[in-house]
Ligand binder design. Structure first.
Ligand code: SF4
Length: 475
């Protein structure tokens, strides 16, 4: 079952802000990775402008998706692969279950994949009696803890070494240690056994190439390569937008992906997978299935103003610099995708009203676009979502979130266009503020409905004389 808890955004965010351990973990992570990303772009031989070229490459792919996906499918099928186009999450999961049942799969090993999080694959397989072992270390940790990832590429960023040590001691039966190399060795030992015993390998797809007809996976631990080559069946999940036209486009995008994700020049392991094992090949699965998932993406594609979000290559660079993510972490977003990308894509996938708090919670500071390796204009789409919430939108089935805000802005619009009313209003406010609690120059508590503004900060009092009054006096 797909896990959607977007309605709990505010409550979860509040909880996260009070969690000191999480606050430290997020601050350390953003200081370390977030800052290094900009430097990594500057070190590109082509300079940071490569991001603009990458944006064009991705937009070209998005605008030719139907043709490129058919090319990919034809080439893969020509090498004996099976390609399935899934309209929704249920179809994708059912197809995978069908393959698993046909092969009598008891244990599946998995490489990290956000699409499988999106469709709730693990729960479905487990409900069908199939054990699923996540093999990325971070994913393995959150799976042992019975949680969901809190970051797209660093799923266990919310956990401390001590917590991981206790978890491993409890679940793997080893003596407690918080020594990272020892913990990694323990995970590796446990996972080796899973790799050797698995009947099925499951992976995501970082990017596919229409020209060559292959999918590409990247990892820093080599676990995806093990998951996709050792079991006799490999099922790969791919969001339908994750494709480019030409092999040379891969080069630019993967160099940017590694920089955006972890300020690296290139990920440790890059695998091109073009189908099942061929006669002249020594390893690889006997069967290869690619599930290409729509699940709401066609609707995004059809909307010219939101289409750009499909350029995303899920590198997580925007999370690493986002002040909202840096305070509330990933779980508060209540879905597979978090941070700025989650704040745009989740409402579009699960319903704008249902996930409205996600786009309202972002600061519009623009750091996400600056960090994005494909230069996606996330702030523009956040504003667009907010405008749909303010005005309603029949095409997206959005009902207006409330009339209060609309009314307030209509009044404000009238006020700023009427100099006399504007002056009077602020003269009254300057007088009225003296009744509000606080220090000489700061207000510590605003009355309802503005109380949220001063919940965690003070507000500066209005100056005794407005700029316009001073200006008149000077003149
Ligand atoms: S929006 Fe840009 S920065 Fe954020 S995950 Fe997607 S590609 Fe990376």
């Amino acid at each position: 079952m797909t896990h959607i808890r977007t309605e709990l955004y505010k409550a979860e965010a509040r909880k996260a802000i009070q969690d000191r351990v999480l606050q430290n973990a997020l601050a350390n992570f953003q200081n370390r990775i977030g800052r290094a990303t900009a430097a990594a772009y500057n070190n590109l031989p082509e300079g940071p402008d490569l991001r603009l070229k990458a944006h064009d490459i991705r937009m070209h792919a998005i605008e030719n998706l139907d043709v490129l996906l058919e090319m990919l499918a034809d080439k893969l099928r020509g090498r004996g692969s099976r390609v399935f186009f899934a309209g929704c999450a249920e179809e994708a999961v059912d197809y995978c279950l069908h393959v698993a049942r046909r092969h009598n799969v008891k244990l599946a090993v998995k490489g990290k994949s956000m699409v499988t999080e999106e469709v709730g694959l693990n729960e479905a397989l487990q409900n069908a009696g199939i054990e699923v072992a996540e093999t990325d270390l971070g994913e393995y940790i959150v799976q042992l803890a019975g949680e969901h990832p809190s970051h797209i590429i660093a799923p266990a960023i919310h956990k401390t070494r001590k917590e991981v040590g206790e978890l491993f001691s409890q679940k793997l039966g080893i003596a407690y240690t918080d020594h990272p190399p020892s913990l990694t060795r323990a995970a590796r030992k446990a996972l080796r056994e899973k790799f050797l015993a698995a009947d099925m390998g499951i992976s995501g797809c970082n990017l596919a190439c229409a020209e060559t007809g292959h999918i590409t996976t990247v990892s820093n631990e080599g676990n995806i390569r093990m998951s996709t080559t050792m079991p006799k069946v490999h099922v790969a999940f791919m969001g339908m937008e994750r494709i480019v036209a030409r092999l040379e486009d891969h080069d630019a995008l993967f160099r940017l992906l590694a920089r955006g994700a972890a300020a690296q020049n290139m990920a440790g392991y890059v695998s091109y997978i073009g189908g099942p094992r061929q006669r002249n090949q020594l390893d690889g699965p006997e069967e290869f299935h690619l599930i290409i998932l729509d699940n709401g993406r066609s609707k995004i594609l059809a909307d010219k103003e939101f289409r750009e979000i499909l350029c995303c290559i899920r590198c997580a660079a925007c999370l690493n610099v986002c002040p909202a993510y840096g305070k509330i972490g990933g779980h508060a977003y209540g879905y597979a995708y978090c941070g700025p990308i989650g704040a745009v894509v989740t409402p579009l996938l699960v319903g704008i009203n249902r996930a409205k708090d996600l786009c309202l919670g972002e600061t519009l500071c623009g750091a996400c676009q600056d960090a994005c390796p494909v230069n996606i204009d996330i702030p523009r789409m956040l504003l667009l979502l907010r405008s749909k919430l303010a005005d309603g939108d029949a095409n997206w089935g959005v009902t207006r979130a409330g009339n209060g805000e609309k009314l307030a802005y209509m009044l404000w619009s009238w006020l700023v266009r009427s100099p006399v009313a504007y002056d009077r209003f602020f003269s009254l406010m300057a007088l009225g503020q003296n009744m509000l609690p606080g220090k000489a120059d700061m207000i510590s508590r605003l009355p309802y409905p503005f109380h949220g503004w001063t919940q965690s900060r003070d507000m500066k009092r209005f100056a005794p004389k407005s700029f316009r009054q001073i200006w008149d006096e000077i003149r």
